[in-house]
Design a protein around this ligand. Structure first.
Ligand code: MG
Length: 209
């Protein structure tokens, strides 16, 4: 099953201090934004395909936010009210191409590089989004464990910031950055992204044939 196809997928880089450090980067002064194409979307249970162009594909478990109502030039309060749902995202990345290309479009944009789901959970209006946690497991071993409370820029701050640039429309997906622990995926792996209370997104990994 796939989540409803978003009009756009907006992603945030280096939004956890420890992850920025592990790749030798500083935490940005402002949210670092990039886009993934909606054609990269993959459903729960579907296969992540390792492209021949990369020899270093990595998982990035992330908290995904599905926009519930249009946002433009919004403050953080309005941004919080526009959170339509929470879902698990795997921001699959060809790390070698990310480094050599400079621009991240190819590294982040291959088909199957945006597993999302398995469900979209609607938080109650008074739910504190900082309580969300995110885990990534590969073949049952925990690789990443993060807390929204450790984000450099909170979910409402991110949505507000993005809305100063582009209108966020209902159904758009915002992926809020990955905690430390990113690592390689190889053919035969099974990768799971879990947000406790939301669900587990599980995808096998295979080589392109
Ligand atoms: Mg990411």
């Amino acid at each position: 099953m796939r989540i409803p196809r978003p009009g756009k997928i907006v992603c945030v880089g280096r939004n956890y201090v420890e992850h920025a450090k592990e790749l030798g980067n500083d935490v940005p002064e402002r949210p670092l934004l990039f886009l993934k194409p909606p054609s990269a979307l993959l459903g729960d249970g579907e296969t992540i395909v390792l492209p021949a162009a990369s020899s270093q594909v990595e998982h990035e478990g992330e908290i995904g936010v599905v926009i519930g109502r249009a946002l433009r030039n919004a403050d953080e309060r309005a941004a919080r009210e526009a959170v339509g749902g929470i879902t698990c995202v795997n921001d699959v990345t060809a790390r070698d191409l990310q480094k050599t290309d400079g621009q991240w479009t190819r590294a982040k944009g291959f088909d199957t590089f945006c597993p999302a789901g398995p469900v979209v959970w609607t938080p109650p209006p008074d739910f504190d989004l900082r309580l969300l946690r995110i885990f990534c497991r590969v073949n049952g071993t925990v690789r990443q464990a993060g807390k929204a409370a450790d984000m450099v820029f909170s979910i409402p701050a991110l949505l507000s910031y993005i809305s100063q640039v582009m209108t966020l429309e209902p159904g758009d997906l915002v992926s809020t950055g990955t905690p430390a622990g990113v690592g390689p995926l190889v053919a035969g792996d099974v990768v799971e992204i879990e947000i406790p209370g939301v669900g587990v997104l599980r995808n096998p990994v295979a080589s392109a044939v």
